[in-house]
Design a protein around this ligand. Structure first.
Ligand code: ADP
Length: 504
């Protein structure tokens, strides 16, 4: 029998909460967890959690985690067997995956060819259509056609509103909704400019804009030898700027029959691709129950914990095993979800001012803890949240026997989460969770705009910093005798944030 050897050393080419999360699984598996880091991240949590950490000197903070060739060099110098790219940065970069393979380092993800093909939304659409997966009605012409009058003709045929999308798109960039023929030319030029700036690729296509859809995605896993299974769905409709902030599984919108059809479509597409490792097939679900292919994410998703909670499986461990050639560690019949899971993304951002990212130093930090509450965090007290990176601080995931229980647990957990010193979206998340439409599961991708949830009074940054310093002083002088850490929340005498001011 062919024996495969498990990796001894794995390098995580990422930072923040996902690097910490991957390191934990590697260590559980007896693998040495290694990370790279920028100068700005020298004291970061992911560096502290790793067994080995390598600085990339001479590379700017913004560039560090994007410099594939330097990372491969470092990996070779330290006898790394495999690289886990996490999400973002190099995770969907086919050249990086190829460079790893060329250096005889296993890339924990799909093949470079699949990453390349699915990174192009036009190719992905065509592949999905060929596999018999429904795609949004749309059109893609040559570069000249996309800037000329032909687009108006095609948009007219598709029917307004339409969505202009970048072939190389990601992170909601290069997308424009167009509601009238007169707006097409200008919107196309602006979106193409944005796409050129963000991806170095200005190619565009046009899609029917589906009004008030839900975003529902299917987690798939392949062994690269034709075996593919699915791990159920995630509903990710609560979005701002086309970016997810709250996710859950199961989706409140799926009947068992619809779930089976969507999962079948996702598996069919992954089989067509000979898919290896973890992937996500994203769909939009129209109010009439029709679903359409959006894209394939050829990596681990930010929101994977909700799937892990209902399946009681470690997706990162599965990724590592598949990459090491062990094959899928579970069969389809082993993947029976139980209960309900929710995830909230805690960002350093100002929800009251257009969700602008915030920077600062976290002066006081207490994670919620408690049964069936999971926190994936990349920060701790003393962490400086820099401007260079995505402002995701932590993810809180809760499990419950049903949606109501998971939701109640989440609301309580977020109340217990103390992050002082930098403005976060914790209050904003609470407002969403408290909304009766959210509680009823009546959500779609326009939920936040419709309910105008981003308008309100912000607590000034200075108030958070003052509160943090106050809390730290109190913690240091704690004489309450309970043996627990003093928290500003347990002691109402000392300070209060009222009307945006700190009063002691
Ligand atoms: P990106 O790769 O930039 O994140 P996606 O294609 O995944 O772009 O789309 C991101 C979000 O934009 C989706 O979750 C959905 O909310 C919205 N969206 C994308 N395509 C459509 C469409 N045809 N109609 C309506 N909304 C869409």
């Amino acid at each position: 029998m062919l024996r495969h050897s498990m990796f001894r050393k794995v390098l995580i080419a990422n930072r923040g909460e996902i690097a910490v999360r991957i390191a934990r699984t590697l260590q559980e598996m007896g693998i040495t967890a290694c990370v790279v880091h920028s100068d700005a991240d020298a004291g970061a949590l992911h560096v502290r959690c790793a067994d080995e950490a390598y600085a990339l000197p001479g590379v700017s903070a913004a560039e560090t985690y994007l410099r594939g060739e330097r990372i491969v060099e470092v990996a070779r110098a330290h006898s790394i067997d495999a690289i886990h790219p996490g999400y973002g940065f190099l995770s969907e970069n086919a050249e990086f995956a190829q460079a790893c393979t060329d250096a005889r380092i296993a890339f924990i993800g799909p093949t470079p060819a699949v990453i390349r093909a699915m990174g192009d939304k036009v190719v992905a659409r065509q592949t999905a259509a060929t596999a018999g997966v429904p795609v949004v009605p749309g059109w893609c012409g040559s570069a000249e056609e996309m800037t000329g009058g032909r687009v108006q003709v095609e948009a007219e045929r598709i029917g307004y509103p339409v969505l202009l999308k970048a072939a190389a798109g990601g992170g909601g960039k290069g997308m424009r909704i167009v509601r009238r023929s007169a707006e097409v030319a200008e919107a196309m030029a602006a979106a193409a400019r944005e796409a050129q700036g963000a991806f170095g690729d200005a190619r565009m296509f046009v899609e029917k804009y589906i009004e008030n859809p839900r975003h529902v995605e299917i987690q798939v896993f392949g062994d690269g030898r034709g075996n593919v299974l699915h791990l159920g769905e995630r509903e990710c409709s609560i979005q701002r700027r086309h970016q997810k902030i709250i996710e859950e599984t199961p989706s409140p919108a799926l009947s068992p029959e619809l779930r089976a059809r969507m999962a079948d479509a996702a598996v069919r597409l992954a089989r067509t691709l000979g898919y290896a490792n973890a992937g996500t097939v994203e769909f939009i679900l129209a109010p009439d129950g029709a679903f359409y292919f959006l894209e394939v994410n050829t990596r681990l998703q930010v929101e994977h914990p909700v799937t892990e909670l209902v399946l009681r499986r470690d997706l990162v461990a599965a990724q590592v095993r598949v990459a090491a050639g062990e094959g899928l560690p579970f069969a389809q019949e082993d993947c029976v979800p139980q209960g309900h899971a929710l995830e909230c993304r805690v960002y350093a951002e100002d929800a009251q001012r257009g969700f602008v990212p915030q920077t600062g130093t976290i002066e006081h930090y207490i994670e919620p803890g408690g049964p069936y509450v999971r926190v994936d965090s990349g920060v701790m007290a003393g962490t400086h949240v820099p401007v260079h990176y995505d402002p995701l601080l932590a993810k809180v995931s809760t499990w419950g026997c049903d949606r109501g229980e998971a939701l109640a647990r989440m609301r309580a957990a977020l109340r217990r989460f103390v992050i002082l010193g930098v403005t976060t979206n914790l209050d904003f998340l609470q407002d969403v969770l408290a909304h009766e439409e959210f509680a009823a599961g009546r959500i779609d991708t326009h939920f936040l705009e419709r309910h105008a949830m981003h308008n309100g009074e912000a607590v000034p940054q200075t108030a958070w910093i003052a509160a943090a310093l106050c809390a730290n002083a109190r913690a240091a002088a704690s004489t309450d005798g309970t043996g627990e850490t003093a928290t500003p929340w347990r002691d109402a005498r000392g300070w209060r944030i009222a009307g945006g001011e700190v009063s002691a």
